[in-house]
Design a protein around this ligand. Structure first.
Ligand code: PLP
Length: 480
């Protein structure tokens, strides 16, 4: 990470004292957050640390401008500087990912997915009807034609990866709006290998005939072959939509190339900017030219007005992601995940799929006799921040779970390498092996309560503190 510590110290001390004059509790919480982030072993696979230039770019008066619409076609006057910001961000995104079109307005990954769904419906369901009826837009349709079209939206089908093997709620699951919009069928993984079974997926897709095939995941520790996904989509007439929210940094950093790079194969790709990509909190969509016009209408059709200050920070983050140093970073994220997985395996842990070849590792906590929730809590007591996660066919359901998901993007940003991640593996196994499920009144192991053997939390915190001190977050930055 860039060593801007002393300049940033002056800036943030001043900023915090200004905030202090208005609402001191917010200044205090902002300082405390830095202290906490510095002091914890952050293994949450979806989190990272944005650079100081990215953080600073977010805090400007671009926040004050309304800019609904698209570059050069705004519903508000005076958007020339926002146009510059959005153009630069989109240009970087196109060149970084080799995409023909990029839309950088989405406020988050979920919003980016909504834009993708909306544009697929607009392009594949609405446009053909308008064309057939000779209407320019939906306002020209008769009540009857509109009602027929409205009903046909509700008949569309989506196929996405099952939640318990690592899919995401927005891939058509009932609790999410996507599940209310579409009929959904999910694809799982092979029961033995725990890997995507492309032949089974093809057979299921042939039977279900989805309008949209979604590829992408939040908790699948393996690479996906997007060439195969596209073949399957083509075979059944589906639009291939890839949600690369988790692994965009590995695509940007050219760790995923060839058939593992979604961009040449997908009709649409949506992503976050704040996970492995290490930018501000936000999202974006990449699209082929046929989908570009409908993606471009994301705001105001499904999105609120653009956050110009965040688009500016996306441009800065994309510019950073185009450097050799980001490529080194992305390669290390994947290398470190392998070291972490091997370190866990050699100390007796069980991993979903038996390992990893991306940025995340899913520990099956069942072999330690504890739930994911107990593991997550015991690790947190020891200063290690993770999140519990279902494993395939999880016996403890989505709340307690039997897994813990960990990832390398954040600590790799702090400078952790192979030695540090091997040590992290040792600390994790030490905590999990010393955690026991508390027996319930019925005499069976409970799912929430646990005991952590004496001294484990303290020795883990001391060992992590050594690793963290040797790899400081925002070196040189002092805010109080
Ligand atoms: C994190 C994630 C999202 C949601 O991103 P937000 O920015 O939290 O809205 C969507 N899809 C996948 C696959 C994710 O991992």
């Amino acid at each position: 990470m860039s060593d801007l510590g002393s300049t940033a110290s002056d800036i943030y001390r001043n900023v915090l004292s200004v905030i202090e004059g208005v609402e001191p509790r917010i200044a205090a919480a902002t300082r405390a957050e830095l202290t906490d982030q510095r002091a914890s072993l952050k293994l949450i696979a979806s989190e990272n640390y944005a650079s100081l230039p990215v953080l600073m770019t977010m805090g400007t008066w671009f926040s004050d401008k309304y800019a609904e619409g698209t570059i050069g076609h705004r519903f508000y006057a005076g958007c020339q500087n926002v146009d510059t910001v959005e153009s630069v961000a989109a240009e970087h995104a196109r060149e970084l990912f080799g995409a023909e079109y990029a839309y950088v307005q989405p406020h988050s990954g979920i919003d980016a997915n909504l834009v993708a769904y909306w544009s697929i419906l607009a392009h594949r369901v609405e446009s053909p009807v308008l064309e057939r009826l000779g209407a320019k837009n939906v306002n020209e349709l008769s009540e009857d034609d509109w009602e027929t079209l409205r009903k046909s939206f509700a008949e569309q089908r989506v196929m996405g990866m099952s939640l318990d093997v690592g899919g995401h709620l927005t891939h058509g699951f009932r609790p999410n709006i996507s599940g209310k919009m579409f009929h959904q069928r999910s694809y799982g993984t092979n029961a033995e290998t725990q890997l995507i079974d492309y032949d089974k997926l093809l057979a299921d897709a042939r039977a279900f005939k989805p309008l949209i095939l979604v590829a992408g995941y939040s908790a699948y520790p393996r690479r996906v072959n997007f060439a195969k996904m596209r073949e399957i989509a083509d075979e059944v007439g589906a639009t291939l939509f890839v949600d690369m929210a988790h692994f965009a940094g590995l695509v940007a950093g050219k760790v995923f190339t060839g058939e593992e790079d979604p961009v040449p194969y997908a009709h649409l790709v949506a992503s976050t900017t704040h996970k492995s990509l290490r930018g501000p909190r936000g999202g974006f969509v990449l699209a082929t030219p046929e989908y570009a016009p409908s993606v471009d209408r994301g705001c105001p059709m499904v999105l609120g007005g653009p956050l110009s200050h965040i688009m500016a920070a996306k441009a800065v983050a994309f510019a950073e992601a185009r450097t050799d140093s980001f490529r080194d970073y992305a390669a290390k994220v994947a290398d470190n995940a392998k070291v972490l997985a091997e370190g866990l395996l050699k100390r007796g842990a069980t991993l979903v799929t038996g390992g990893t070849d991306n940025h995340l590792v899913l520990i099956d906590t069942g072999s330690f006799g504890i739930t994911g929730r107990q593991a997550e809590s015991a690790l947190l007591d020891s200063g290690i921040v993770t999140n519990r996660n279902s494993v395939p066919n999880d016996p403890n359901g989505a709340w307690y779970t039997t897994g813990v998901r960990i990832g390398t993007p954040a600590l790799t940003s702090r400078g952790f390498g192979a030695d540090e991640f091997d040590k992290v593996a040792e600390l994790i196994v030490d905590v999990l092996a010393n955690t026991t499920a508390t027996t319930t009144a019925a005499g069976t192991p409970g799912k929430a309560k646990y005991t952590l053997a004496d001294g484990v939390a303290d020795r883990t915190k001391a060992a992590s503190a050594e690793l963290l001190d040797a790899n400081p977050l925002y070196p040189g930055l002092a805010v109080s």
